[in-house]
Design a protein around this ligand. Structure first.
Ligand code: GRF
Length: 190
């Protein structure tokens, strides 16, 4: 069974959803949450579900602590879900093809620096685009630029606020991200 680490810095709805999805599966399970923010909601969710979580400082991400925790927990796959720090290049290299992120828009549009949370949905609204969605992509050393693995779309209606768009995109994330992770994990194992 593959051991997945979810990296998250915020509320953790995706992290929780991935944990619950894999509870029903024999292919993989979430064995670790890596967080960069001691006040993050994801830590409460992980504790409630009995999943081990660590909160790492900026220094601990790069001084070997992260690498050690991943090794100790026997992690074979990393899924980022709202992780607000850069993953250090050594980890990206060590997990090449086994580290993915989800972005709440259709990359390459609305990606890059500053494009997180509601900023993304406000930018979509301001652009007048009639559709948006989610992108699952491999992580490389640049923000939001790794190879795209999967996208799903939703329509943006004329009267939508950024909050409406965000809610629709969030349901797409919850529907698809665990399934995409599972397919990737299976394809690595065989
Ligand atoms: C998600 O919208 C994800 O696409 C983005 O960060 C958000 C995390 O939300 N990268 P949550 O913490 O899973 O609720």
């Amino acid at each position: 069974m593959s051991n997945i680490a979810v990296f998250a810095s915020g509320g953790g709805t995706n992290a929780e959803n991935i944990i619950l999805y894999f509870r029903e599966k024999k292919t993989a399970g979430v064995g670790l949450i890596v967080c960069s923010n001691p006040g993050a909601g994801v830590l409460k969710r992980a504790a409630a579900l009995g999943v081990h979580a660590v909160t790492l400082s900026d220094a601990e991400l790069v001084n070997g602590t992260l690498a050690r925790v991943l090794e100790e927990r026997n992690i074979g796959f990393i899924a980022l879900a709202g992780f607000m720090k850069m993953v250090p290049p050594e980890i990206v290299a060590a997990f090449s093809g086994r580290i993915v992120n989800i972005h709440p828009a259709l990359l390459p549009k609305f990606g890059g620096k500053g494009m997180f949370g509601m900023n993304v949905h406000r930018a979509v609204k301001a652009s007048g685009d009639r559709e948006t969605g989610i992108t699952v992509h491999y992580v490389n050393e640049k923000y939001d630029e790794g190879r795209i693995i999967f996208q799903a779309k939703v329509t943006v209606e004329a009267g939508d606020t950024a909050e409406h768009i965000a809610a629709r995109v969030k349901s797409l994330e919850l529907e698809h991200y665990p399934v995409v992770i599972e397919l990737l994990v299976k394809s690595i194992r065989h």
